[in-house]
Design a protein around this ligand. Structure first.
Ligand code: MTE
Length: 314
């Protein structure tokens, strides 16, 4: 599917946030998208979450969850390639060009190659998934993503049985990404998942939010979303996907191995050395709320970690 950039859109075509929410509610009440149908938002800003799940089970929405506003989601970001302050990514990413875009697929799979963004997306159904994003810094948001199930995408690359992990790499463009001109982190940003995590129904390759293409500051044109893990696993602006047989290195684990592990599952019982993980502040609210095990998605993911010591495998 060809996804147009905001520059290609006439202003009359851009869905504003209220319209987006109203349209979802209309489709819902009109029965055009069913309460358990694929692609359903599990909650809605004003009607609030009703606890129902989308097809993949984007469930476990706290009944109090409200979707954060487009403004909040696009102006309070972590994207160190554009600076380390929360406002930097929005301010410094206007000169970034997410089109044309190519993703290299390599390693232990039978369909490696350079996939143009449009070809990567085209064969797949774009689904709506509203997920909580829980940052290790103890803030959180609720974000209405659009994207492709990573499990679906992976099937197409036909991984070999020896592929046990998937490694992801962010684009390296110091000319367009001022943060990459300083050694704040080891560039490019890299992340990884175990194969069962990558192919879990919840795992998404996001290409949009609020019905619009991903803004640069949120990881245009394609990023990873793993809702039961801390936000740093959600690597942005991906240019490489590699199938490997060993646990790949990850940026934050390289930067501070005692603070950031490979698994990074949201776990209120294991504190980060600098932030208690027992509670969090939802952006836009003052009160703190309790952090849920696996960010509230335990029913869909806990079995993958049965028997593992989650204190050691943080
Ligand atoms: N991906 C890249 N390439 N660079 C980054 O600095 N930050 C991570 C993650 N993905 C980051 C990244 C962190 S720490 C978080 S919390 C989330 O992106 C934030 O996503 P958001 O800005 O869309 O909320």
């Amino acid at each position: 599917m060809w996804i147009r950039r905001p520059d290609d859109l006439k202003s009359s075509e851009i869905t504003d946030e209220k319209l987006y929410i109203d349209r979802r509610r209309f489709l819902l009440t009109a029965g055009i998208i069913g309460a358990s149908g694929a692609g359903l938002l599990a909650c809605d800003n004003e009607a609030q979450a009703n606890g129902s799940a989308d097809a993949a089970g984007g469930s476990a929405q706290d009944p109090q969850d409200k979707i954060n506003t487009y403004e909040q989601i696009t102006s309070y970001n972590n994207f160190y390639e554009f600076g380390t302050d929360k406002e930097d990514p929005k301010q410094n990413s206007a000169g970034f060009h997410p089109q044309p875009w190519t993703v290299r697929v390599e390693g232990l799979c039978r369909k490696p190659g350079d996939y143009h963004f449009e070809d990567l997306i085209k064969p797949h159904k774009v689904v709506d998934r509203t997920y909580r994003l829980r940052c290790v810094e103890a803030w959180s948001m609720v974000i209405p993503w659009q994207g492709i199930s990573l499990a679906e995408m992976i099937k197409r690359f036909d991984p070999q049985p020896s592929a046990k992990f998937v490694a992801f790499t962010t684009v390296m463009r110091p000319d367009e990404m001022p943060g990459q001109r300083r050694p704040v982190l080891r560039w490019p940003y890299i992340e990884g998942l175990r194969m069962d995590e990558a192919t879990n129904d919840l795992t998404l390759m996001a290409t949009g939010l609020y019905g619009k293409p991903l803004p640069n500051q949120d990881g245009a044109p394609i990023r990873l979303i793993v809702p039961w893990k801390y936000g740093f696993k959600g690597i942005k602006s991906i240019v490489k996907i590699a199938f490997v047989d060993r646990q790949p290195e990850t940026t934050w684990n390289i930067a501070a191995p005692d603070e950031y592990g490979f698994y990074a599952n949201v776990n209120p019982e294991v504190d980060h050395p600098r932030w208690s993980q027992g509670s969090e502040r939802r952006i836009g609210e003052f009160r703190r709320r309790r952090t849920l095990m696996f960010n509230g998605y335990a029913d869909k993911v806990a079995s993958m970690y049965a028997g593992m010591d989650l204190r050691k495998n943080y």
